[in-house]
Write a new protein. Sequence first.
Length: 254
Amino acid sequence: MAPPLCIQLINPNTSAAMTDVMAKTARSVAALDTCILAVCPQQGAPSIESHFDEAIATLGVLQQIKAGREAGVDGHIIACFGDPGLLAARELARAPVIGIAEAAMHLATLLATRFSIVTTLARTLTMARHLLHQYGFERHCAALHAIDLPVLALEDGSGLAQQKVRELCITAKKSDGSGAIVLGCGGMADLAQELTLELNIPVIDGVSAAVKMVESLAALRLTTSKHGDLDYPLEKPLSGAFSGLNLRGNDVWY
């Protein structure tokens, strides 16, 4: 019998409350013997809503990837819809690294020929379009919608952000001709199941999607390829805030 899995769930922002929401959702869909190790950086941005925020968050993501690798986790999840630092993280890791945007988009294409995305601030719509192009899903995405509230509105207790997400999902189903909806923020993770039941179409949360992808890859005994551009980073001395990512030779790798 295979040993239990341990999946590292990395929230790239510093919000402990959002980390808890995503961890609860991840544990609700994980296999009974799968451990979810939910972490977030102590330094960085409280929410990620711009290219600038993503650049800041990437260092924290890589620090957590290194810590998870050294702890022997079986997979890593980058739980921000921008998938910040995803390819760099895959270079640093041997275990699979899954970004929640890529995971959600992949699952949507398995369930419907067209999907819509509902996210937070309007300025992040362009960032989501960039990901659609990068991942090759542009033809599958019918439309993108924004509630035009900041990420942290999802945890302010008012329920306004959640209501706007619901309203936009209903609008997307009626107007876009989409068979599925992707929720474009990790902080929306706890809304997917209820909205799926209400709308009677798949509403996909990337955190849940990523958990099941890591479990599937582990069951197939597949890991991140170290042939080509995702090989481990070249050893070189790093200074300042990056010194903690210095490699110590081949003994640090799996």
